[in-house]
Ligand binder design. Structure first.
Ligand code: ADE
Length: 223
């Protein structure tokens, strides 16, 4: 798959792209690139934002600036091409990211992530250029960059081969294998730590009982 991240701070993504599971995905032929929204602005002096109509604090990223960036990147009119890829505007007020949305995006060939800054995007970006508006939680970040990394991380780790260990993404929190419940607890050595042991069943060697115990623990965490 291909993820294009449109941002005013492309250098933030250097660190993210270095991370092991992201590098694994890139080595498998997937692409993640940060695209500088300012590089293609049709305005003078690198301007990308403007004051809000109706007044108020802060600046708003202009729709013509976003349009120019998408057009330059894809070589076609982003309105005409709407629907051929998922275009996600990141905003605190959007649909909250969950495992189901991450699964849905991992099945796409192309995803674009639009990172807002200041007061966010002109509403026409949400209405006419984006296919979705997505939030990573009910709190306000200074911009969409960290949200874009969170979305990319949740999506990339679902791609076959990205984690290195195939089973790790199958039976994890919110997965189908656990009926959408949070994952069961894990323990490792030492078997005894400051008087705290580990559940006997896990060292019983009885795989059937281990499995039952884990499913029950997972179900309990739903409550
Ligand atoms: N931009 C600012 N806050 C955000 C959030 N919670 N999720 C996604 N994008 C954002």
């Amino acid at each position: 798959m291909k993820i294009d991240v449109f941002t005013l701070f492309p250098s933030w993504f250097g660190w993210f792209l270095e991370q092991r599971h992201v590098r694994n995905a890139l080595e498998l032929g997937h692409q993640v690139e940060a695209v500088d929204l300012r590089a293609t602005t049709p305005l003078n002096a690198g301007q990308v934002d403007d004051t809000p109509y109706g007044g108020g604090a802060g600046m708003v990223i202009r729709v013509d600036v976003v349009e120019a960036a998408l057009r330059a990147r894809w070589g076609s009119d982003p309105i005409e091409g709407r629907g051929s890829r998922r275009v996600i505007a990141l905003a605190a007020g959007g649909r909250q990211l969950d495992e189901a949305l991450a699964e849905e995006l991992a099945a796409e060939d192309e995803v674009a992530l639009l990172c807002g800054r200041y007061e966010g995007f002109d509403e026409r970006v949400h209405e006419h250029l984006a296919t979705d508006v997505v939030s990573i939680g009910p709190y306000v970040l200074a911009g969409g960059e960290l949200a874009a990394m969170v979305v990319s991380d949740a999506v990339l780790r679902k791609l076959p081969g990205a984690l290195g260990h195939e089973d790790s993404a199958v039976e994890e929190s919110f997965s189908q294998a656990l009926g959408g419940a949070p994952e069961y607890p894990h323990y490792t050595r030492p078997a005894e730590w400051r008087g705290q042991g580990v559940p006997d069943v896990l060292v019983s060697g009885d795989h059937g009982r281990v499995r039952e115990w884990r499913l029950e623990q997972s179900r309990r965490r739903l409550r």
